[in-house]
Design a binder for this molecule. Structure first.
Ligand SMILES: Nc1nc2c(ncn2[C@@H]2O[C@H](COP(=O)(O)OP(=O)(O)OP(=O)(O)O)[C@@H](O)[C@H]2O)c(=O)[nH]1
Length: 902
């Protein structure tokens, strides 16, 4: 045994240096301080003295904490003490005494190893068994001393670390599990740390924990899961005396939880502490349960923590949807799409200066503006159609020659129909088929050599202009028919203009050359003047002289048409989905909507889905102009198509699409677009419109409901009344009809402040009653002149009257008098006209108006008079005016209403 300093020995035996110092002094050894060196003998003496009281307690010294815990609450009956320490001493002492607890041995062996691995200060091991041979270490100590020593050790936990043994059986499985639990418990350890470490009263702080722990669990049995809660339990449930230590401990212990071994020791301590210590303190049973509380709380808390991030509602994400708007949108619809209330939207619109009701439509720009106020984006719809009907022009290699499409135009009776008939008769197919044809608005002609020409046989002018009005250009060539005997007429010129505007070449057919009075040369010169210079005259226009009636020159005409077509190099791509134009359409009673389509590109097949204007469908069947059923039709061919959802209009497009669904979508989109555009036109609200309305409101309007016996009278009356409208007053006939004046007429009049005029008609008894009730002005006439006269008067009544000032008299002020309680009274002489009491007057001084008001009093010889004529004197008092001076003129006047005139 070597020399030791007091504090070293104190550390070794687990006492406070100060305490040991006292003991040493009591023994009679001289030591100055805790750092004084003790000789080997002195150390031995001290050890002996300290351990002398009890051999068992000296053995138990190696497990001071355990001894402390078990001994303290039981307030040692001396005979009990040896039992447990003995058991533990066996463990410490090693193999000879471990038979009863073999597993315990295993554990004990392992633990120090682990600790050594983790903390591994050899000094600590030395501290645990400082003197090497085990026989020296367990120096016998008095029980009191032993108790003190263990208490000291409790205060200085470090040296006790190497002594984590406990008579509890913990196998490795449990140990591993424990480590897992510790890990799981970590978050809660933090919670414990945060908790105020030294609770003012032992059990109290545990209460909230206990609250959260309704399920008490046997502490001993739940070793694995209770580590944290027992830490808390120790802290909270420890006896007051120990509170300080315990309170201080958890912090450090908790921080060391991860280190493993210390935790295990703690676990054991805590397992017992609540039970034993709490019992010794007489803690209420509910509080005794608290060690479980953290478990439950911890579990729940942890679960909560784990769940919370998942369950925490994400911040409300405002999904602002893009609003698609076509040409316009109804206010109500826009509000719905934005998810705002209509009044809110209307209010916002008003702020923007747009007055609109919920049913009115606003245009795209206004909608975009107001939507942006609500944070919405607006997108102009329509791209969809473009996408769905995306068109790629054919490549040159796809193109193949196609027949020309020809329209015949000309002045009335110049022989268009006759010419088309004559041409048709040249058709070999028609001839072979026996000439049975049907009118489908177009047909094609095949010549003997196989060349073909497609003719649009709808009245040329109409078809051509209708198509053009719809942006369709179907015709390649125009045949202009001019009667040789009649020459160029109005519609001839019009046709030329149309053809020229469309950039369509003209082939002239001078018709009726069979007629004796025919003069083709004159026609040529007339047309040359209009720019259609014949080739033979050096121009570019092809001329044919024909007789439709006699079928002369028809073939030459067709040759010229084909020549023209050749020059134009008309081509189309046949191998692609068909596109065309509607030439004619009708609703067939048996077959439903039927339309003639000129295919401009691609090949149309039965079953093809298509869209056409606002309609769509699938080709149910196809026929040519001879009624022959077709399975397919190529470019330039006119075919009659069945399978439309509705009747399309001439000039509408006809596009084969990938599916009927797409076709429907496009058709519906178009219809909606049309509807919106119509609504917008009718009720579009914009600033301009608003100003327009304001302006309109300045115009007076006489609303009239007109009922007459016959249509002729009604029309004559309507016309006469409308003519009465001026810039200031307008006659608005809100309803006109034949027959008796009905209740409905009266109701309308009542609702719109109108007058009812009955011409040779009377109201029904009920209408009469209603008119009386509603105080409606109903007038009856049998002479149109009287109606016009009265309406004129009524219109005059609507005009604001104008007033003209007229002077009625002038008086000269010759003297002034002050009259008490009255004021200044002027003594006047009426120079002209008269003065009237109460009349409006002006007071003029040097021709300047100094007062305008009324005559308050008019007297003559102290008597009130109504008026004083020229040449008489009188006393005049002016209303609220006393500054009258001699020489002033009093001018009396009146305002005369000037009747308005139309
Ligand atoms: N002599 C003679 N008469 C003709 C010729 N072509 C047409 N007619 C007559 O001219 C008249 C009008 O002929 P249409 O073919 O109806 O003339 P259109 O231009 O179609 O007349 P609208 O349909 O009214 O515009 C008829 O009486 C025909 O018989 C012709 O080549 N010679």
């Amino acid at each position: 045994m070597a020399k030791m300093r007091v504090y070293e020995l104190a550390r070794e035996i687990g006492m406070e240096s100060k305490e040991l110092l006292t003991k040493i002094r009591q023994i009679g050894l001289e030591v100055k301080s805790h750092s004084s060196m003790l000789s080997e003998e002195e150390v031995a003496i001290v050890r002996q003295k300290l351990a002398g009281a009890s051999e068992e307690s000296a053995v138990g010294q190696s497990r001071p904490k355990v001894i402390r815990r078990r001994a303290r609450p039981q307030e040692p009956p001396a005979e009990e003490k040896p039992e447990k320490p003995v058991e533990e001493a066996r463990v410490v002492e090693g193999p000879p005494k471990v038979e009863p607890k073999p597993r315990l041995k295993l554990k004990i062996i392992r633990r120090p190893k682990k600790k050594e691995r983790e903390e591994a200060p050899p000094e600590k091991a030395v501290a645990r068994a400082p003197e090497g041979p085990p026989s020296e270490a367990p120096t016998p100590k008095a029980p009191e001393e032993a108790k003190k020593i263990e208490e000291t050790k409790a205060e200085e936990p470090k040296p006790t670390k190497p002594e984590p043994t406990k008579p509890r059986v913990v196998d490795m499985t449990e140990h591993r599990e424990y480590a897992r639990v510790v890990k799981r418990a970590e978050p809660q350890a933090k919670v414990v740390k945060k908790a105020p470490a030294p609770p003012p009263k032992g059990p109290r702080p545990a209460a909230p924990v206990a609250k959260a722990a309704p399920q008490p669990a046997p502490v001993e049995e739940k070793g694995k899961k209770k580590s944290k809660r027992t830490v808390e339990g120790l802290e909270l449930g420890a006896p007051r005396k120990k509170t300080k230590k315990r309170a201080a401990r958890p912090k450090s212990e908790v921080s060391e939880l991860k280190e493993g071994l210390e935790l295990l020791e703690l676990e054991r301590e805590l397992e017992k502490a609540p039970l034993e210590e709490v019992a010794s303190e007489g803690m209420p049973s509910e509080v005794t349960e608290h060690p479980e509380a953290p478990k439950e709380k911890g579990k729940k808390g942890k679960t909560k923590e784990a769940k919370e991030p998942k369950e925490a509602p994400a911040p409300p994400k405002v999904v602002k949807k893009k609003i698609k708007i076509y040409e316009s949108i109804q206010v109500g619809e826009l509000a719905k799409q934005m998810g705002v209330k209509a009044p809110e939207l209307i209010r916002k619109l008003m702020e923007l200066g747009v007055m609109a009701t919920v049913n009115q439509s606003i245009d795209y720009e206004t909608a975009a503006l107001v939507a942006s106020e609500f944070g919405h984006e607006v997108e102009r719809a329509g791209i969809q159609e473009e996408d769905l009907l995306r068109y790629e022009p054919p490549k040159p290699e796809e193109l193949k020659p196609r027949p020309p499409v020809v329209t015949v135009m000309g002045h009335v009776d110049h022989g268009k129909t006759s010419l088309l008939d004559a041409i048709r008769k040249t058709d070999v197919v028609a001839r072979e088929a026996g000439g049975i044809t049907q009118h489908i608005g177009a047909y094609f002609v095949k010549l003997e050599d196989g060349r073909e020409i497609v003719f649009i046989d709808t009245p040329g002018h109409e078809a051509f202009t209708t198509m053009r009005a719809r942006g369709a250009q179907v015709t390649d060539i125009v045949i202009l028919v001019v009667a040789a005997d009649d020459g160029v007429m109005d519609q001839t010129r019009e046709a030329i203009d149309h053809a020229r505007a469309a950039g369509v070449p003209v082939v002239v057919a001078i018709n009726k050359i069979d007629k004796p009075e025919a003069n083709p040369e004159r026609v040529k010169s007339q047309l040359a003047e209009l720019g259609l210079v014949p080739e033979e005259w050096g121009g570019e226009t092809l001329y044919a002289e024909v007789s439709a009636k006699k079928r002369i020159g028809i073939r030459d005409l067709l040759e010229l048409v084909l020549l023209q077509a050749e020059v134009m190099e008309l081509k189309a791509a046949p191998d692609r989905p068909a596109r065309g134009r509607i030439i004619e359409s009708r609703l067939d009673r048996g077959r439903g909507p039927v339309a003639t389509v000129i295919i401009q590109e691609g090949t149309l097949r039965v079953g093809d889905p298509f869209v056409s204007g606002y309609h769509y469908g699938r080709v149910r069947a196809m026929f040519d102009d001879r009624g022959k059923k077709l399975k397919e039709a190529g470019p330039a061919y006119p075919v009659e198509v069945l399978g439309f959802s509705g009747v399309p209009q001439a000039g509408d497009d006809f596009i084969v699409v990938e599916s009927e669904k797409v076709a429907k979508e496009v058709a519906e989109y178009r219809e909606r677009k049309l509807r919106e555009a119509e609504v917008a036109r009718a009720g579009k609200v914009s600033l301009e419109k608003l100003f327009e309305r304001l302006k309109e409101s300045e115009i007076k309007e006489l609303k009239v409901i007109l009922k007459a016996d016959v249509q002729g009278s009604l029309e004559a009356l309507s016309e006469a009344l409308r003519k009465l409208s001026t810039d200031e007053v307008r006659v608005n006939i809100i309803r006109s009809g034949i027959g008796a004046i009905s209740e409905s007429d009266i109701m309308l009049a009542s609702a719109s402040d109108a007058v009812v005029i009955g011409f040779n008609v009377r109201p029904t008894p009920k209408a009469k009653e209603l008119a009386n009730q509603e105080k409606i002005d109903v007038r009856f006439y049998d002479v149109i002149y009287n109606v016009v006269d009265d309406v004129k008067k009524a219109m005059v009544g609507l005009l604001e009257p104008t007033y003209e000032e007229r002077v009625i008299g002038v008086a000269e002020v010759r003297a002034t008098f002050k009259v008490p309680k009255v004021g200044v009274v002027a003594g006047c002489y009426v120079r002209e006209g008269r003065l009237e009491r109460g009349a409006k007057v002006r007071l003029l001084r040097d021709n300047v108006v100094v007062y305008t008001g009324k005559i308050a009093s008019l007297r003559r010889f102290k008597e009130d008079v109504k008026e004083v004529a020229a040449g008489y004197e009188c006393g005049v008092g002016l209303e609220n005016f006393n500054d009258i001076k001699v020489g002033d003129l009093i001018e009396a006047f009146e305002l005369v209403e000037i009747k308005p005139e139309l």
